[in-house]
Design a protein around this ligand. Structure first.
Ligand code: C2O
Ligand code: CU
Length: 461
C-alpha cells in the first residue's frame, strides 16, 4: 500500500465529509431499474478531481436495493457500457437462472440490451450485487452496490441501520483510475490488484453519524477486488452479530481482529455512550483510520438490544456427507510447474502465455466438466488446502456453508458463510447441502486470481 497517497488524501480532506446515505433504487412497475454506464465520482473528496468510473445509475456505490425476506426482487437491468456485462446477487440462495454468471447461467447482456432479474430472496441479511463478466475489469471500476434483505419486523430503525461499503481504488495523484494495470500478470500471480485509496460508501475519510445511548447496526461490505481488511470491533465498542448475511442470534464480544475479505460481510452492533469521535480503523499493519464515527447527543431511547432473527438454512448431515478435496496451487513462489486446461497439460511457458497462474486440484480455470456433480439434497464436505503462498477468499454460489475446521481444529463457532478466507498452508473444512439445482460457480473472490485459474463449477441435479 502506498502510504503517501493515503496520507495525502487524509490531509487534503481536512474537514471530512459526511457519509452519504446510500440512495435507494426506485421501482417502476414492480421493477428496480439499474443501468450500468460510464460515469464519474470524486474519490478524493469534494475538493478533489473527478475519476472516470463505471457505475450503476451514475451512483457510487450503486443504489442500495432493499426488499423484504421472502419477497420477489425484480430488477430491470440495462447495459449502457461498451462491453457485455451481467449482475450477480452475491450470497443470495437464488434460482440458478437468475444468478447472473455470464457464460454459465445466462449469456452476457450486450451493450444497449436489457435483462430482467426476478428472484425470491429467502434469507434476511446483508448481501451485495456486482458485475459478473470480466469481473476483474468491471467491479474495480465501480460496478457494485448493497442488497439488503429485511425481516418482516426489522429490529433497527432506518436511521440506526447503516450500510458501510468498504472499497479500495488504484488512483494516481490526479484522481485518474489506473486502468493500465487491469489484467496485470504481476498482480494476478501475487496478492491480486490492490488499490492505494480507501473509501467508505464512495467517500474518503467520511464522518459516520451515530447517536449516543442508542443501538446501531452496521453492515460492513468489502467490495474491493483483493484487499483483506482486518477489523477490530472491540476497539470502537462494537459486537459481532453476523457474517456473510447470516446473523447468529447472539452478539459476540470479539478479541482482536476479524478478517473481512473481498466479498465478505460483517454485521456489527454498537451503542456509543458518550458524545465524541471514535476512529473506524483498518488494522492491517498499523491501525489506519478510514472513517470516523461522530457520536452526537440524543435522547437515550433505553431500548434493549434486539437481535435480528436467524435464517433457516439446510443443515449438512456430516455422517453421510461426501468429502471432496480442493487443493489450491500456483501463484508466484508457489512452485507449480504445470497445470491442466481441458485435459491438456500446460508447461510454465504455456501457462504464462495463457495467463493462467493458479489451479484447483491441478486444473486451471473453467473446464468443460464440472468439479463435481451432486444429487439434490446431498451433503458435501469440501476440504480445501491452500498450497500457495497467498491468502484466498473462496466463494460458493447459490449456497451457504458451515466452516467446520481449520488445520484439524474444530471451530468454536461453525458459522454460516458464502465466502471463506484461507491463509497459506492452511486446510479448511466446510460443509453444505447441495440443495439448489443448477450450475454453480465457485471461485476465489480475489478477482485477478479467479481470472487466472481459481474458478471452477459444480452441478446439482
Ligand atoms: Cu461475488 Cu462469483 O461472485
Ligand atoms: Cu485467490
Amino acid at each position: 500500500m502506498d502510504r503517501r497517497l493515503f496520507l495525502k488524501g487524509t490531509l487534503a480532506s481536512g474537514a471530512s465529509t459526511l457519509l452519504p446515505r446510500l440512495s435507494l433504487a426506485k421501482s417502476s412497475d414492480g421493477f428496480f431499474e439499474l443501468e450500468a454506464g460510464k460515469s464519474q465520482a470524486k474519490l478524493y473528496g469534494d475538493q478533489g478531481p473527478f475519476s472516470d468510473l463505471w457505475l450503476y445509475n451514475g451512483q457510487l456505490p450503486g443504489p442500495e436495493i432493499r426488499a423484504k425476506q421472502g419477497e420477489r426482487v425484480r430488477v430491470r437491468f440495462t447495459n449502457r457500457l461498451d462491453e457485455p456485462t451481467s449482475i450477480h446477487w452475491h450470497g443470495i440462495r437464488i434460482d440458478n437462472a437468475m444468478d447472473g454468471v455470464a457464460g454459465l447461467t445466462q449469456p452476457a447482456v450486450k451493450p444497449g440490451e436489457s435483462f430482467d432479474y426476478d428472484f425470491v430472496a429467502p434469507d434476511a441479511g446483508t448481501y451485495w450485487y456486482h458485475a459478473h463478466n470480466m469481473s476483474w475489469n468491471q467491479v474495480p471500476r465501480g460496478l457494485s452496490g448493497a442488497l439488503i434483505i429485511e425481516e418482516a419486523n426489522e429490529p433497527f430503525p432506518v436511521e440506526n441501520d447503516l450500510t458501510l461499503i468498504l472499497n479500495d481504488w488504484r488512483l494516481d495523484e490526479d484522481g485518474a483510475l489506473d486502468t493500465d494495470s487491469f489484467g496485470a500478470r504481476m498482480d494476478f500471480s501475487h496478492a491480486g490488484r490492490l488499490g492505494n485509496w480507501l473509501t467508505v460508501n464512495g467517500t474518503s475519510l467520511p464522518d459516520i453519524p451515530l447517536q449516543a445511548g442508542r443501538w446501531h447496526r452496521l453492515r460492513l461490505i468489502n467490495t474491493s477486488a483483493s484487499r483483506v481488511l482486518d477489523i477490530a470491533p472491540a476497539r470502537f465498542g462494537a459486537k459481532l452479530i453476523g457474517l456473510d448475511g447470516q446473523c447468529f442470534g447472539e452478539a459476540r464480544d470479539v478479541e482482536g481482529t476479524v478478517q473481512l475479505s473481498p466479498a465478505q460481510r460483517m454485521d456489527l452492533v454498537m451503542r456509543p455512550e458518550t458524545v465524541g469521535t471514535i476512529p473506524f480503523e483498518m488494522m492491517t499493519g498499523q491501525p489506519f483510520t478510514f472513517a470516523n464515527f461522530q457520536v452526537s447527543a440524543s435522547e437515550p431511547d433505553d431500548q434493549p438490544l434486539t437481535l435480528p432473527g436467524v435464517n433457516r438454512l439446510p443443515e449438512p448431515d456430516l455422517s453421510k456427507a461426501r468429502t471432496l478435496p480442493l487443493v489450491m496451487a500456483g501463484g508466484a513462489m508457489g512452485g507449480m510447474r504445470s497445470l491442466m486446461k481441458d485435459g491438456k497439460e500446460l508447461d510454465m511457458r504455456q501457462m504464462m502465455e495463457a495467463g493462467l497462474f493458479w489451479a484447483f486440484n491441478g486444473d486451471a480455470g473453467m473446464q468443460d466438466a464440472p468439479f463435481f456433480s451432486a444429487k439434490r439434497g446431498e451433503s458435501i464436505i469440501l476440504e480445501s488446502r491452500n498450497d500457495t503462498t497467498f491468502a484466498h477468499a473462496m466463494h460458493i454460489h447459490g449456497h451457504h456453508f458451515r466452516v467446520l475446521e481449520r488445520n484439524g481444529d474444530t471451530l468454536e463457532h461453525q458459522d454460516w458463510r458464502d465466502t471463506f478466507t484461507t491463509v497459506p498452508r492452511e486446510t479448511v473444512r466446510i460443509a453444505f447441502v447441495a440443495d439448489n439445482p443448477g450450475k454453480w460457480l465457485t471461485h476465489c473472490h480475489m478477482l485477478g486470481h479467479a481470472a487466472s485459474g481459481m474458478m471452477t463449477w459444480f452441478e446439482v441435479s
